[in-house]
Design a protein around this ligand. Sequence first.
Ligand code: NAP
Length: 522
Amino acid sequence: MIRLESYLSGVWQPGKGEGRAFVDPTTGAALGTVDSSGLDIAGAVAHARARGTALRAMSFAERGALLNAIADVLVANKADYADIARRNSGNTARDAAIDIDGGIGTLKYYARLGRTLGAGRALIEPGEDQLAKAETFKARHIWTARPGVAIHINAFNFPSWGLWEKVAVAFLAGSPVVAKPASATAWLSERMVRDVVAANILPAGALSLVCGAGEGLLDAVDRFDAIAFTGSADTGAMIRGHARVMERAPRLNIEADSINVAVLGNSAAVGGDVFNLLLREVTNALSVKAGQLCTNIRRILVPRDKMAGFVEALVAKVDGIAVGDPALAETRLGPLCNDGQRKAALAGLARLTAEARPARGGDVPASVNGADAKKGAFLAPTLLVAPSGQNLSAVHDVEVFGPAATVIPYGSDDEAVALALRGEGSLAASLWVDEAAEAARLAAGLAPLHGRVLCVDPVVGASHTGHPIVMPQCIHGGPGRAGGGEELGGLRGLRFYSQRTALQGSPAMLEAVAGQAAVAAL
Ligand code: NAP
């Protein structure tokens, strides 16, 4: 049995208790335990805060080189990581690549940004404001690294990408990190950090890892720290309301769940390119990473007169999804992360099926390829169809974190926007249209309640990156129910770990500061 350890104050250490078991979701067999009880987590946070200053002393180019070095270590061990992702997350090779390559790609992207920024340690916004009649008193805005530590609390579904997309931005901003992966899938995060630590490329205190429940982690936060949380809305609400968090008021970024929509436009011809691209996208939503993506399509809005054709074509696609052991080359849909997640998904489906009929799935499959459907955490790909857009409640509100989505009919643009907004704020929406004018109308309506809107028309065609895929160039996060957070987005992501200061003074002083900084508009 594997016993995961935490990397605290520069030392790998096991927890003092028995810990929680983590499993192979394909068989249900226990793989090991994870535990952080009895560890000096507060001491580790203080160590990171004190020793992590080494990162702030590095230039952007040096921080970028560090990110590159981390990526190189990870690339060298990719095959081992894919094996862990299959065994502990039930990932197919494709699922594992999204998580592992996604993490490596984001590190490399931020490494390139660091190289571009060069020798500075601060960013200065372009342009200056004149504050007096004479040209002798002006202001510019600079961004500098805050003296705190970044506390990253991550969700179970991306033990690689979730870890590194946050580390990449924090390190480039000059902030040390204490990361806490979700217990169910912490093995991959632990193994990756072990490899990076062993490569001896990290400055002391730059990266710590808490494997386990993280007892006392939130009690250790202080004023200049930044907490970036990804997970369920319930845990996010608990963190917001935590007494120490409220009292010390660290920066707080919450990435929670959402009931994302894909909208087939009225302009999209049945059987046309865009129509078929959406069919492919929804088939991916019901198979890739077993549907466990926070940005995944949960609701599909389809013009009333196209419903029958769309559902018929989609059912045929869903019937082609091979469910089973993720080690088999033909498997497209592996198990959920564990039986607890399956129970939660089934409970959610019980609420959704009170409002929408299952056209396919809705339960544990009778059989799957190469595994026992009940012992493993398998769930059938589930397509629900709502009779009308009206009188739906759970469909707009309950996130079934698995391979499930609901098709909902609509009429006008306004109705589509009104239905999308019933989700009360989401991470990502996508529009599938033949006419740019329709995309523009819908996008204008959807933008205020979404962090990202993907518009697929015949010009974008098959070159788009997909509804759920988070690109480091674009911000990730969403308003309202989605948590109100914002991550990534190129240099925009650095804001969270940096202090913006209005610097007022003489042109000569401002020029001297600018000479030491990299000019960038955040
Ligand atoms: P979760 O149960 O909320 O857990 C998220 C993280 O919070 C885990 O690391 C968990 O640790 C930790 N946690 C729970 N209680 C804590 C406490 N008292 N103090 C410190 N940490 C605590 O969510 P999940 O089941 O892992 O993830 C699934 C959910 O995340 C879905 O709803 C999904 O939509 C959402 N998600 C959102 C995004 C996004 O970017 N918006 C991305 C991925 C997932 P333990 O595992 O040790 O309990």
